[in-house]
Design a protein around this ligand. Structure first.
Ligand code: HEC
Length: 221
């Protein structure tokens, strides 16, 4: 039994043409320049470029990083318990940020709303009227027909923002208060601020509930 396979590819290089065999031999005998055998420029250039970058990074770090110094560490410093003086957050600044990132999607950054869908907050009697109703609208949402500045809306619903069941936002009372304070002082509105305590009071009183309807709100003070 022979262990030579008759179609062993090593016996006959069917894929090699005469020409490629000749070229290979010419290269081997040094008749023809073999490009692959020489240094190539690109890797060399890259090597120098990256070495240069690493060198520069070293100089940069040495010059600009603040080096750790044991003498700068004060082991007797009081631990930061977070009990320091509370940082005062301006509700108008926080409120503007909240309003522009969320409420403005529907009511627009101008507070003018979108005719037929999103009612305006500018000059709205709901915004400048009873602060208890206003807080309820944002805490629990509003659904069904609602009249704003003489125009009937009702095509869409106002989402639930409070930390209550069914809320997609879970905004804290502070966040709601700041946003309403901003809304009451913008777009030509000039109504007094809403405090977090006022929001907490309504949330504690109402607990979890479904969206309001205009009818229910109008029965409340
Ligand atoms: C997804 C769109 C949407 C977002 C976001 C939204 N609202 Fe509304 N809002 C509505 C719709 C729709 C109504 C009217 C609901 C109805 O027709 O019953 C409404 C009604 C209101 C009303 C009562 C009517 C009026 O125009 O005065 C107030 C106040 C209000 N939204 C304030 C806010 C505030 C503040 C925010 C941000 C915390 C906010 N809304 C975010 C859609 C939205």
């Amino acid at each position: 039994m022979s262990d030579q396979d008759p179609i062993d590819p090593r016996l006959e290089q069917a894929g090699a043409s005469d020409e490629s065999l000749l070229t290979a031999h010419e290269k081997l005998r040094g008749w023809k320049a073999d490009d692959g055998a020489n240094y190539r420029m690109l890797p060399l250039v890259l090597l120098f470029a990256f070495s240069g970058l690493i060198f520069y990074a070293g100089i940069y770090l040495n010059k600009y990083s603040v080096r750790y110094s044991p003498s700068a560490f004060d082991e007797n410093a009081p631990a930061n318990t977070g009990a320091g003086p509370a940082v005062k957050v301006d509700p108008l600044v926080l409120g503007k940020k909240n309003f522009e990132s969320v409420c403005a999607t529907c009511h627009q950054a101008t507070g003018l709303g979108v005719p037929g869908i999103y009612p305006p907050l500018a000059g709205s009697e709901w915004v400048s009227g009873s602060n208890e109703r206003l807080i309820r609208i944002v805490l629990y949402g509003l659904k069904g027909p609602v009249k704003v500045k003489g125009v009937e809306y009702g095509a869409a619903a106002m989402p639930v923002f409070g930390k209550v069941a069914g809320s997609g936002y879970n905004w804290s009372d502070e966040k709601i208060a700041a946003t309403l304070t901003y809304v009451r002082a913008s777009f030509g509105n000039t109504s007094p601020a809403i405090t977090a305590d006022q929001v907490t009071a309504i949330r504690t009183k109402e607990g979890d509930r479904k969206e309001w309807s205009q009818e229910e709100l109008l029965k409340l003070p």
